[in-house]
Design a protein around this ligand. Structure first.
Ligand code: ADP
Ligand code: MG
Length: 336
């Protein structure tokens, strides 16, 4: 099986809204009038982002899902995907399962798989996605203001809990275990929520590196535009119980729940959840709450944005009843 047999057999799918897909030197796309194109690229490297023996179907799903999550964070409607893939060998069973996972998720979101590149080498997956958003309506990291409420979708910490289980740091069982591993291996990008947040959220980011780390990115990007502290990051106050509630509810039936410190670490610093963290003015509270039912994404108000404070690191405090503690943002840093 040479490169072209392989592309023809596994990576060529009919397109539904793209002028020209796989097969020529490049794809052709007719942009929707009045829309801006949103582009994102995310790479998964063996040994860094996944293990050599990872289930290929799950890997195909995840490689696309993490990219669709970036589009969701921008409020974009996903449209096309390209896959750059390096493989040590052409293993038919692996390829079929991988392409199935990638293709099924693309089909689920109406994404045309329009091209890519295929080469021999250490296993590496590089996906590019294109989406569209009506001109000027994209969600950015930079629109938050002091007084805005902080919202988070889903069950933060669930993927990190799955990873902790695999590493033997805790023992999960039954449905709680299955759901944590599913979140880790086959994350569900919050596409419908991102689109619904256009014009409602003041800023948005997807949580790939942990709540604290990604919140810090948002607070830095949303530095006050004017005043004596211009340029300094905004601060935030997180509601500890509200933040922990979804994961606690998830573990309600667990015979032996993981230690408190591990749960807190998972929620605050665990990556890989691909949930949306966004801000909105308190006046939008009812509207935001209603989006949970409309988009199928559970939503919780987990804190609020406070004015800028001097310093390179955003001042983030977690409040638990009467006690509050400043926490520093630590997430996964590739060259940290
Ligand atoms: P070129 O040599 O002109 O760059 P290629 O031989 O790399 O073209 O690719 C031929 C066609 O197959 C192109 O349309 C390309 O987009 C598509 N293609 C290659 N690899 C993939 C892949 N992994 N997924 C989808 N399409 C692919
Ligand atoms: Mg060419």
């Amino acid at each position: 099986m040479d490169e072209f047999d392989l592309i023809g057999r596994y990576f060529t799918r009919p397109v539904s809204h793209t002028a020209l897909g796989v097969g020529d030197d490049a794809a052709l796309i007719d942009p929707t009038p009045g829309c801006q194109t949103v582009v994102a690229c995310d790479m998964l490297v063996e040994g860094v982002h996944f293990f050599a023996d990872a289930d290929p179907r799950g890997l195909g799903h995840k490689a696309l899902a993490v990219n669709l999550s970036d589009l969701a964070a921008m409020g974009a409607t996903p449209r096309q995907a390209l896959l750059g893939i390096a493989l040590p060998e052409a293993d038919a069973a692996w390829l079929a399962a991988f392409a199935d996972g990638f293709g099924a998720l693309a089909a689920h979101y109406g994404v045309d798989w329009v091209g890519g590149d295929t080469t021999r080498g250490p296993r590496n997956l590089c996906v590019t996605v294109l989406g569209e958003v009506p001109r000027g309506r994209a969600l950015l990291r930079s629109g938050a203001g002091a007084g805005d409420e902080l919202w988070l979708s889903g069950t933060p910490g669930l993927a990190a809990l799955g990873l902790a289980h695999l590493k033997g740091e805790c023992r999960l069982a039954g449905a709680a275990c299955a759901a944590a591993l599913a979140r880790l291996h086959t994350p569900a990008p919050r596409v419908a929520l991102g689109i619904a947040l256009r014009g409602i959220a003041s800023a948005c980011i997807d949580v790939s590196d942990g709540v604290l780390a990604d919140l810090a990115h948002l607070l830095r990007a949303s530095a006050a535009a004017a005043g004596p502290t211009a340029g300094d990051p905004l601060s935030a106050e997180l509601d500890g119980p509200a933040l922990m509630a979804p994961l606690r509810a998830h573990l309600r039936e667990a015979a032996a729940p993981p230690p408190e410190a591990l749960l807190r670490q998972a929620v605050l610093s665990g990556g890989d959840d691909y949930e949306l963290l966004f801000t909105a003015p308190p006046a939008h509270r009812e509207t935001v709450a209603a989006l949970a039912a409309a988009t199928g994404a559970p939503l919780a108000c987990v804190g609020r944005v406070l004015p800028s404070m001097a310093g390179a690191t955003p001042h983030i405090t977690v409040v638990d009843g009467a006690t509050s503690a400043r926490v520093t943002a630590t997430g996964y840093l590739h060259f940290g």
